[in-house]
Write a protein that binds this ligand. Structure first.
Ligand SMILES: [Zn+2]
Length: 143
């Protein structure tokens, strides 16, 4: 029996949730408790995206060395741009305390996105040599 979490966080055809970091799953559960409408790939059981959670190492989607391929990144989605912005701000304010290390800059993922955009969170190590890119303990980068 495949679970809602497996369907939501893995691409179609994969069921092994151990491909995703346990720490990241715990963080996602904290966010889901706060924002119940949040999803990664599947909204209310319906697949909208395929590679917003784990990406196969040979996937052509996104960056070659993406944290998604290590099971350390999630692209979070909500119902509107405004709701995505609310989530983004919540993660900036509270994310470091829950173990979130990096986010993609909202300018690219939300503000300039033709659709509602997304909120990329990951647990890869931020670049300490770029102090001006840190916000509240989170490394914010341009994807
Ligand atoms: Zn992402």
């Amino acid at each position: 029996m495949i679970t809602t979490l497996q369907i939501d966080l893995l691409p179609e055809g994969l069921e092994d949730l151990s491909l995703i970091s346990e720490d990241l799953i715990r963080i996602y559960e904290v966010i889901k408790a706060k924002f119940p409408d949040v999803y990664v790939n599947c909204k209310k059981g319906k697949r909208i995206h395929n590679y917003s959670g784990y990406r196969n190492p040979d996937s052509k989607v996104g960056a070659a060395n993406s944290a998604h391929k290590l099971g350390k990144a999630l692209d979070l989605h909500r119902e509107s741009k405004r709701e995505n912005l609310n989530l983004y701000e919540w993660v900036i304010q509270n994310g470091a305390a829950h173990g979130i290390c990096r986010m993609e800059d909202r300018k690219v993922t939300i503000d300039d996105s033709p659709g509602y955009g997304w909120v990329h969170i990951d647990i890869a190590e931020g670049n300490k040599s770029r102090p001006n890119q840190w916000n509240n303990g989170i490394y914010v980068f341009i994807p």
